[in-house]
Design a protein around this ligand. Structure first.
Ligand code: 3HC
Length: 686
């Protein structure tokens, strides 16, 4: 039944019980309906509903969303609770989210524990509250608060929910407090549905729509929630409930909700492979290199309480590392995330030194030095000598061969890649790169650090760029081809922003610096297929000193260090190069730009899957969303590919292959899927 009931005198106790977080499934809805009848039959004075374990209820069971809705529906359950002559009190012991919050809002009173949270985060799953959340929340906490809470899906802490008027009290023991409430007082509380709806406020609706346009572009559900709230203001409660439910049901079946649910479950399924041994306790970490990445990694580790020994080559390096970490600490304080004491404790945990001996006891070292094989090998030789034989040695390289680095140590089995993304203390993706000889112990250690840092770990194999950078290189190549053959960087950027990226590839390149890609291309010179078309524009940019935002000019100009402006000289470069290459330029519209760039990535990603570099399509989705800004509401690259359909993709890539047979070679995985009638999520190595 997913809940239990017991009577104590005139009080009925209902405990929602569906581990681990009391998601509301059909069995729980059945149980709640039965509990309403039971309480009335027993003529209780009150029912106290709480959750078993750490949650009150995490909301409707999202696993049921793929199928048809099953009776009893949650809005009817909430109505039955609210309209029962026995008043219900929600004793909110932990998170009450989505449908969980809706049950609580339908209760006559709500008392929360100090660590409880209450919220309506449905938009993060691409839907809106579907069991009265929009209507009851606005009656309890007013229009502004309800709009903010529902449109952005942000839960409130118990104290804030109390201030907002969403709950009645915060008590250490909410069940006991609910039991103590005076019966007359309880009987006097007006059921939420009987409260008047707030008055319409044009300014509030204009403001929320403007904020959504800026912060959630492309997403349907938040706007729909606002619309439902607005319409509900002038409708009778029962009518407003019906239109809320209709919108919820409609969104639940849409592509965006499917994509966001896929991301929700993929993120939670990102766990270590089965049968890994227990990881060693991570008592301290060694980080080699105090540049941007090294400092970010060190800061992330320091922030979770780990002592860090930061290793540098000379005193200048030590000073620079301390300064870089100091800046991150200061920024944490400026944002109010770190107190003065917290900052001091963080500094106390840091030892920056040139002496590798100081890291002798570290169970894990992460090298984040310059991307140069010889530099890395020299560092690994030092780590190999200084750390204990059981210690795990990781490289944060973005492209270099982890096996070659490992081969320079006495025991390659203890080497793996831990590829962080900048800024390392913020970005959630962690590619865990398994070399040919990487041991399970080393992998388990990498996963253990990922878990402590709350990263999304994705297992990757060794190749140039692993999963993410390899796919991104194809994206960049496709962008440059479109640019050279007929577009401008700003048209490409605008198209990809409209697709859902926060920034297009050219603006991103300006931020990271064009010299980074230049160095990568020089490294690939020796192995590049001579028949593959090479677009020289990015090299010309570097030769002209247009290195990106840091020098005030890259693909865009940044006059006075300010915002970007288009640079006609850059557009002319493509005209010039196209002329030298004898290319007749064509104009691409936005749909064509998006198609070429996304198909290039999808085809490469399918190869990444074929070669076993990624273990699953869902892993690629996590990499593209958490590391490269692919729109989450499209579900990641491979989920998006499955949305547009493998047969269509195969047809389009085959057409592009006729145009350039070297750049476009249909991946065997796509061909296999088409032949076997599979989508990419279903494909496994045959
Ligand atoms: N449905 C189904 N499963 C859910 C779930 C849900 N709503 N919420 C959590 N779970 C599952 C997770 O998939 C995970 O399963 P696993 O153990 O097999 O991997 C397990 O519960 C534990 O979840 P977490 O790993 O996320 O545990 P945390 O303690 O880190 O977080 C949480 C708990 C804050 C509740 C978080 O899981 C969460 O945010 N859940 C989603 C909340 C939500 O969006 N609710 C709205 C649902 S839509 C709705 O209610 C519609 C209604 O208006 C009609």
């Amino acid at each position: 039944m997913s809940l239990s009931m017991r009577a104590d005198g005139l009080t009925g106790f209902v405990t929602l019980d569906n581990p681990p977080v009391n998601a509301i499934d059909k069995a729980m809805r059945d149980g709640l309906m039965e509990a309403v009848t039971w309480a009335e039959r027993e003529n209780f004075d009150r029912v106290i509903v709480t959750g078993a374990g750490r949650a009150f209820a995490a909301g409707a069971d999202a696993k049921e969303f793929d199928g048809a809705a099953l009776e009893p529906y949650l809005p009817d359950v909430c109505d039955a609770i609210e309209r029962s002559f026995v008043p219900w009190i929600a004793a909110i012991n932990g998170v009450a989210l989505g449908g969980g919050a809706e049950i609580a809002l339908a209760c006559r009173m709500r008392i929360a524990g100090p660590r409880a949270q209450i919220g309506l985060p449905e938009v993060t799953l691409g839907v809106i509250p579907g069991a009265g959340g929009t209507q009851r929340a606005m009656r309890l906490c007013g229009l502004d608060k309800a709009l903010d809470m529902i449109a952005f899906g942000r839960p409130l802490r118990a104290v804030d929910a109390l201030k907002a008027g969403l709950i009645h009290a915060v008590e250490d023991d909410p069940v006991e407090a609910a039991d103590m409430i005076n019966t007359e007082e309880l009987q006097c509380v007006v059921p939420t549905w009987e409260l008047p709806a707030p008055a319409h406020d044009d300014a509030a609706f204009a403001a929320i729509r403007e904020r959504l346009a800026q912060r959630s572009p492309g997403q349907i559900a938040p706007l729909r929630a606002v619309e439902v709230i607005e319409q509900g203001l002038s409708l009778p409660f029962a009518e407003a409930m019906k239109q809320e439910r209709a919108a919820f049901m409609d969104l639940k079946q849409g592509d965006q909700s499917r994509a966001l649910r896929h991301m929700f479950f993929a993120e939670r399924a990102a766990k270590p492979p089965k049968n890994l041994p227990a990881a060693p306790e991570l008592t301290e970490i060694a980080v080699v290199g105090g540049g941007t990445m090294g400092a970010g990694i060190a800061y992330a580790c320091l922030s979770i309480g780990l002592p860090v020994t930061l290793l540098e080559t000379d005193q200048d390096g030590v000073d620079r590392a301390e300064a870089n970490i100091g800046k991150l600490i200061q920024s944490g304080m400026d944002r109010g995330r770190l107190s003065a004491d917290g900052a001091q404790a963080l500094r106390d945990r840091l030892t920056a030194t040139t002496d590798y001996g100081k890291a002798a006891n570290a169970p894990l070292a992460i090298e984040a030095a310059f991307e140069d094989m010889e530099v890395k090998k020299a560092i690994f030789a030092q780590l190999d000598a200084a750390l204990s034989p059981g210690a795990v040695l990781a490289t944060n390289t973005s492209y270099l061969d982890v096996d070659e680095i490992a081969a320079s140590t006495r025991d390659p089995s203890r080497v793996l890649g831990l590829h962080f993304f900048a800024p390392a203390h913020i970005m959630r993706l962690l590619e865990i790169v398994k070399g040919a000889q990487t041991s399970d112990h080393a992998l388990a250690t990498g996963y253990a650090l990922g878990k402590l840092l709350k990263k999304v770990p994705v297992l990757a194999g060794v190749c140039d760029g692993f999963i993410g950078n390899r796919i991104y290189s194809r994206y960049r190549e496709a962008a440059d081809t479109v640019f050279m053959d007929g577009s401008t960087p700003w048209e490409v950027d605008e198209a990809m922003e409209n697709f859902g990226y926060a920034m297009g590839p050219y603006e991103v390149a300006d931020l990271s610096g064009l010299d980074i890609g230049y160095a990568a291309r020089r490294r690939q010179d020796a192995t590049r297929d001579p028949n593959r078309r090479y677009i020289p524009i990015a090299d010309r940019m570097v030769e002209l000193g247009k290195l990106g935002k840091k020098v005030g000019a890259g693909w865009y100009r940044y006059p006075g260090g300010g915002g970007k402006v288009e640079d006609p000289i850059v557009a002319d470069l493509a005209l010039e190069e196209a002329h030298f290459a004898g290319i007749e330029r064509t104009e691409y519209d936005e749909a064509q730009i998006i198609e070429r760039l996304t198909l290039a990535m999808i085809n490469e990603a399918a190869d990444v899957l074929a070669e076993g570099i990624a273990q699953s399509a869902a892993g690629i989705d996590l990499v593209t969303v958490f590391g490269y800004g692919f729109p989450r509401w499209r579900g990641g690259l491979m989920h998006y590919a499955d949305t547009i359909g493998v047969p269509h993709i195969v047809e389009r890539i085959t057409a592009l292959q006729a145009e350039d047979p070297v750049a476009w070679k249909l991946s065997p995985v796509l061909a296999d899927c088409a032949e076997r009638g599979l989508n990419l999520a279903q494909w496994t190595q045959g």
